[in-house]
Structure formats: C-alpha cells, structure tokens
Ligand binder design. Sequence first.
Ligand SMILES: NC(=O)c1ccc[n+]([C@@H]2O[C@H](COP(=O)([O-])OP(=O)(O)OC[C@H]3O[C@@H](n4cnc5c(N)ncnc54)[C@H](OP(=O)(O)O)[C@@H]3O)[C@@H](O)[C@H]2O)c1
Length: 290
Amino acid sequence: MTENPRTADTSRILVTGATGNLGREVVDQLVARGARVRCLHRRPAAARPGVESVVGDLTAPEALREALTGVDAVFLIWPLLDATPVRTVLPELIRAAPRVVHLSSSAVDDDRARQTDPIVQVHADVEALLTDAGLRPVVLRCDTLASNVRGWTAQLRAGDVVAGPDIARTPVVDERDVAAAAAAVLLADDDRFGRGPHVLTGPEVLSRADQVAQLGAALGRRLRFEPVPTDLARSRMLADGRPEVLVEALIAAAEHRPESTRTTDCVQRLTGRPPRTFAQWAADHAAEFR
Ligand SMILES: NC(=O)c1ccc[n+]([C@@H]2O[C@H](COP(=O)([O-])OP(=O)(O)OC[C@H]3O[C@@H](n4cnc5c(N)ncnc54)[C@H](OP(=O)(O)O)[C@@H]3O)[C@@H](O)[C@H]2O)c1
C-alpha cells in the first residue's frame, strides 16, 4: 500500500474502478474536497501521485481485505457481467463494515422479476446481494454516462459517421454530476440523504443520433449516426476481438432495453446543482475527439 501524504483527520474512502471514466472523477472530486482517498486498481502503473492505492482485482478477497482496512466508506462499482463473485467478497465487506455507496443502473426496474438484459440484471443482483447481506448500501442508480461516447473517438477521428447498434433514448448523465453526487453521499457520515435508490439522470432524453449531432455542433462538424443492424454489429464486435459474453450483453441491451423518458431531481438534491446537459459535456470534451 502506498501512503497518502495528507494528514488531515478525515475519514478514509475507498474508490473502486478508480481508473475508469466515472471513478477518476470520483477520486478527483473527493481529493478536491479534502478527503483521504484510497484507490483500488489492477495495474500498478495506475497509481496516482499523492493518493493511497492498493493494487488488486475487485473479485480477490485478499486485495479487498487490504483495500478495506481502516476505511470508513467505499464507493463500490461492479464492472463485471456476473454478480456471483460478489459472494466471495461479501465477507470482507461485512468484516470491515464500511458505509457502502453502490453504483447501480437507472435501468433497474423494481417491478420486474427479471431485468431487460444481462447488464441490468447484474446491477439488480448486486444490489440484492449487498442488501441481503445486511450492508445497508446507499444505492445510486445512474443513467447512461455521457463519457461512454469516448468509445466513438476512433470513428470521429477517421470521418463524420458514427456507426453502431442503436439503443433506446435515455436521459444521458454527465459523469461529473454522478461523481459529485457520489462524493456528497460518501462525505455525509450520516443518513442525511437516505439510502435511495437515488436515480441520477441528465436533464434531456437523448438518442444516439442526438448525441452524435451535439458532439458535431461542439466540434463544428456535421456528424451523423448510422445505426447498424444488431446481427452485423454482433459479427463486427466479435471480429474486433471483443469477448462473446460482452458482445451478447451489448446486443441484448440494444434489442431489449426500453426507452427511458424519466428525468429526476436527484443530481440537484444530492449536489445542490442542476445536472449538466450533454451539449455541455460535448463542449468541455471536444478536444478529445480532434
Ligand atoms: N457507463 C455507463 O453508462 C454506466 C451506466 C450505469 C452504471 N454503470 C456502472 O458504472 C461503472 C463505471 O462506469 P465507467 O463508465 O466509469 O466504466 P469504465 O470507464 O469502463 O471503468 C471501469 C473500471 O472498472 C475497473 N475494473 C474492471 N474490472 C475490474 C476488476 N475485475 N477488478 C477491479 N477493477 C476492475 C477498471 O479498471 P482497469 O483500469 O483495471 O480496467 C476501471 O477502473 C460500470 O462498471 C458500471 O457498473 C455504468
């Protein structure tokens, strides 16, 4: 474990997924607010100067035990397509007994016995496993992150068309707003915000075509989204070497996830600020696509 030079007498917060689009923001925002942060990440080279880190896999109990030692709260993502390994790390969470802030999906529907697709099912299963273990997690169910469009960078550098499987419209949310909400809940050492689920959305319901057009406006280019039929999308993703289980999960999301038109005030309630628009995200990140 590398040491954090901070000496402030504050509680220590573990961030999982700390190298990801969302996790990086959570770390930044917690550090900016003076929190003592520890990151769990898989690659030693991902360590950040001035931030404690533990290198290990989220599914490895010994890594999690080390990472949870002396921790008051944990920001827990579950990036796997299988909820089963949660069972192997639950004893570590129960032993350490931190406040658990769990990042789940706004697509989870409490009225359904089975969720619409495997990705949403994993989120629902992880929520249930944490709750059934008595961990009393605070659940943040977030909508599609704006940062997902970074997956289009190569196509946008090569031309003006983004081709891919289409997916139903949804109120895409800026990962900075989700991170701010997570930071607010992680730093509140009481039950001020309740345990949720807090459904974090952006302010507008957007299709992929809308997002491509708005990115184009930020870049000063006329960009176009070209929906690819799911059979063709599947064979292209497999040919690119993506794991079959991931490809099938993405295709199922494209085929079965329904449109979501529900926007919420959760970002405003947890952060005190309205959620950013996707156009704002695009303007702030345009340089990444040039
Ligand atoms: N993106 C969305 O639209 C969305 C919507 C709802 C919920 N979520 C949830 O939010 C999470 C974060 O989203 P994101 O967009 O920030 O994802 P991301 O950029 O793909 O980051 C995923 C993070 O998980 C880490 N990770 C993956 N497998 C791991 C393992 N076995 N052990 C430890 N760390 C592991 C990755 O670390 P490495 O650097 O080592 O790969 C990375 O830090 C997702 O995993 C998902 O559960 C996302």
